[in-house]
Design a protein around this ligand. Structure first.
Ligand code: NAD
Ligand code: WQD
Length: 340
């Protein structure tokens, strides 16, 4: 089976994807600078799969280091590029760090791919590129709106860089995956999300509140034009999301129907409100989550959910996990890390 370089492979989505790749018979080379994860994640991956993936601590902005890895590893067929700085809020206070890290990493990989005959790159993009969509659900042809944060801009610029590179008739292909809201953890609770500092995202803050780490969860707004007044998102199970990468890499490397550049939305196609999510969590875990209604969070959009039909039909991938099971997995993971 092909060898895949996974950048950011000890991170949240990357680690779940390495598990799915290994379980599908791929060989993986994990590269991460550990800026937002720990090397211990490799033990979790080994604990699930029985395989210890090759891990190299390196920074994707360091061209010499990546060159050396591609040379040593030989015949890397594809790259899945997760490595990036990902906090919307932090990107507003450290824009240059975000541009340097996210853009430079991508350029490094794209520049090196032809030399090592790497056939394709899967890029982690985000539903953030759609901004405030005019029509719901959001399909891949919806307009890309002006980014509201440097982080979002790095995803838009990254997509444009890939489009221009492919347009120059390079030897490789690319698949751009736009994730909606990834949540949950591997059902084994051996890997999951390890937020740095106080989490800004809803589910890790919720599970930490349920574990007593925070006094209460603030619900950012109950006066939106939605049935219960709180915002609506498309929450996608991280294992489902990881599996989409395996189908994408298979299509890109082995299916001649795959175009030089393809875009896919990865979501469930169903939206849930913040309040629905909290109440679902309480029902499936039996744990009460203290929360209060707070003001709207600046920059939040009212509602967004995916039209995932292209991924369903062309990749043959579909999100199958229920919100209930996904929240159970998030709670099991929170309990596992609380006991460390
Ligand atoms: P994460 O922070 O858990 O994982 C990213 C990993 O990349 C981390 O382990 C970090 O140490 C590593 N990294 C960062 N910069 C690096 C560099 N220069 N060289 C090597 N390693 C580097 O984040 P995640 O949630 O797993 O996100 C993965 C990708 O998906 C990111 O590109 C992110 O922008 C994108 N994405 C995430 C979400 C989300 O809500 N989690 C949504 C949409 C898109
Ligand atoms: C979800 C909902 C909040 C925290 C972000 C990025 C996006 C993408 C995914 C990377 C919203 C509400 C949250 C809290 C709350 N990442 N909320 N109380 O904002 O949809 O998307 O992560 O590409 O680019 O912007 O995710 O989890 O922060 O919020 O009420 O303490 O939960 O208002 O409606 P978001 P989130």
């Amino acid at each position: 089976m092909s060898k895949i370089l996974v950048t950011g492979g000890t991170g949240y989505i990357g680690s779940h994807t390495v598990v799915e790749l290994l379980e599908s018979g791929y060989e993986t080379v994990v590269v991460d600078n550990l800026s937002n994860s720990t090397a211990g994640v490799i033990n979790g991956i080994e604990g699930i799969t029985g395989i210890r993936p090759v891990f190299v601590k390196a920074d994707c902005t360091d061209k010499n280091a990546i060159h050396k890895i591609l040379k040593t590893e030989r015949n890397v067929m594809g790259i899945i590029h997760f490595a990036a700085s990902k906090s919307v809020g932090e990107s507003l206070s450290k824009p240059l760090t975000y541009y340097r890290n996210n853009i430079d990493s991508l350029l490094t990989l794209l520049e090196l791919m032809p030399e090592f005959n790497v056939k394709g790159l899967v890029f982690s993009s985000s539903c953030t590129v759609y901004g405030r969509p005019d029509l719901m659900p959001v399909g891949e042809d919806a307009p890309v709106k002006k980014a509201e944060s440097p982080y979002g801009n790095t995803k838009q610029i990254g997509e444009e860089i890939i489009r221009d590179a492919i347009g120059s008739d390079v030897s490789y292909k690319s698949i751009i995956l736009r994730y909606f809201n990834p949540i949950g953890a591997h059902p084994s609770a051996k890997i999951g999300e390890l937020p740095n500092g106080v989490p800004q995202n809803l589910v890790p803050f919720l599970t930490q509140t349920a574990a007593g780490i925070h006094k209460e969860l603030r619900v950012f707004g109950d006066d939106y034009s939605t049935p219960d007044g709180s915002c609506i998102r498309d929450y996608i199970n991280v294992v489902d999301l990881a599996k989409a990468h395996v189908t994408a890499i298979g299509r890109m490397l082995e299916n001649s129907d795959c175009k030089p550049l393809e875009y896919y939305n990865l979501g469930t196609g169903k939206g849930f409100s913040v309040l629905e999510l909290i109440h679902t969590f309480e029902n499936v875990t039996g744990v009460k989550v203290p929360y209060k209604i707070a003001g709207r969070r600046v920059g939040d959009i009212e509602q967004i959910w995916a039209d995932p039909r292209r991924a369903n039909e062309i990749l043959g991938w579909k999100a199958v996990e229920t919100l209930e099971n996904t929240l159970r997995s998030a709670w099991k993971w929170q309990q596992a890390i609380s006991n460390l």
